[in-house]
Design a protein around this ligand. Sequence first.
Ligand SMILES: [Zn+2]
Ligand SMILES: [Zn+2]
Ligand SMILES: [Zn+2]
Length: 600
Amino acid sequence: MRSLLQALKNFAEPGPSINVNKVIATFPISPPVSITHFLRLLDRGGVLARLNGRYAKLVNELDLNSDTLVGLVDVHTHPAAHLGFGTELFYGPPDGDPSQVFGNCNGFHGGPGFFDNQEGNEIRRNVVDGIASQHYSPNWDHKRSGWPDFPAWPTWHDRLHQQVRVEMLERAWKGGLRLIVAHAVNSHTLAKVSQTRGPYDDKSSGDAQIAAIKEMVSGQAFMELALSPSDLRQIIGRGHLAVIIGVELDCIGNFYTAWDFSEFNPGLPHPQPAPSDAEIQAEITRLFSSGVRYFFPVHVTDNVFGGAALYEMTFNTANRYQFGSFFEAEPAPASSLIGFTFNPGESFWKKVFENIVQLASLGFDPQGYPPAPPTTTGHRNARGLQHRGQVVLDALMRVGAMIDVDHMGEKTVLDTLAYTKPVNYPVFAGHNLIRDSGGNERAHLIQVATEILDRGGVFGIGTTGGLSLLAKTISQLRNATSQGGIALGSDCSGMEQLPAERSAPAKTLTTATDYEQAGFVVYNDIPGAPFDALQRCQFGNRKEDIDSFGFSHIGMYPDFIEDGISSGLLTDGDVTELFNAPESVTSAWESCLNIASRMG
Ligand SMILES: [Zn+2]
Ligand SMILES: [Zn+2]
Ligand SMILES: [Zn+2]
């Protein structure tokens, strides 16, 4: 039980704008802090958004006047990605003393140095540079040093340094973040080609990340692990950050045989994985017992359950390496609006892989796949939901797990929606957008998104396209249906980029009025800023600035929402929609469990 003093202390933070004595003296008699509001604040562990800013007034009022859970929700983060990809590709744990564990990435990302970098690796450096230069120009000066000055990373366009440190999470929580889903993630192929120390396989990597996420949560007073929707009601109800564990793995349960097998067993046929129904059920039970409640049946490669979305040719190499064959593409129907073609020229990783293949053979030619059939529209994955996919969906529905249909190919998505339809099981699309004409399978058709929401499921809007795409997607979804929940899915510490700065403020802007008139975020250290302007984020010696440098890590959520309000790109209605997400996720999960209890 929290003491009244502690509750008052929480209520009073961050201090300057609220005086506890004054509140005690005035709350019983005068608005705006009525006794009902005061008791509600105590009940919720204090004010929701405590870093000030224009958005804070709106959402704090919303919180006070709502009978349901309020706060920001990010259903797609990867705080333990440092244990994925063979443990040496992604740098930095989410916790621990940053001066010890977040100081310099050279061992992971640098080339070898006999005297100064014995952990370094030239091939891995190539892969790292390939990822670092992808979707970003001009070339990024990848300085290796981190804490305390952080001259280069974390930054919005980088995907290989931790962006979900507990210090960052704590700031986002102080600004109103109330729930994250923390997913284990891995790529056997990337771990292998980057010559990491391993482990390479999805199961070992996933298990290590699940353990690390639990450890991270248990080390922080403001976070708690949520194993049920009633946990969510209690954790968010007391003003803490709830963490749900998820798995976004290519092959849950290691139901694959990576190409390493053929490398070590020349001449033998490559074994096809064939787990029994009981083995699949046992793996879901095992993961559920270890605390996982949110599952991706399919990630970026085909697996025994179904087919993956075709949108990035690099994954074709991974498919061959892990699944034993290249993707099989088929012409997409015109109604799918797909324009993506399965074309070797699409592979911006070609050069990186050619370098790697020269130095370290994959055992096959990554570009040596047969041409896809001709199409007048575009290509999609020919593989749909398999029998084993039905088995895994049954196993997940029986335990009331949250099922995410992102990354599935279109046929597997449609099959999954059809298979779960008879019980109207709510499903999740946790980091996605709406497919426009000429798009690819990674985004959902509006009809699919509508079906997800109409069932009471949740659509987590991917933040990578920034505020305008976020606003556009909110209105696309809300024009389609008023049902279901809208949340955010940043992929922080994952392979999606975070939002860039919109356009850096001109040097001539100096005062708060200048910034405000130009539609930028007014931080509290800008000359002339109001006393309740947004507090600036500082980690180590680095002061963050969303106006000039974009969304560099998860601690920038308050700045992102503030930027939406300041620029006018997000309406009050959009912000309200996003802050209603904890209630929608909780009720979606409650529906999952209700259906599970009827399934027996
Ligand atoms: Zn680095
Ligand atoms: Zn993903
Ligand atoms: Zn991800």
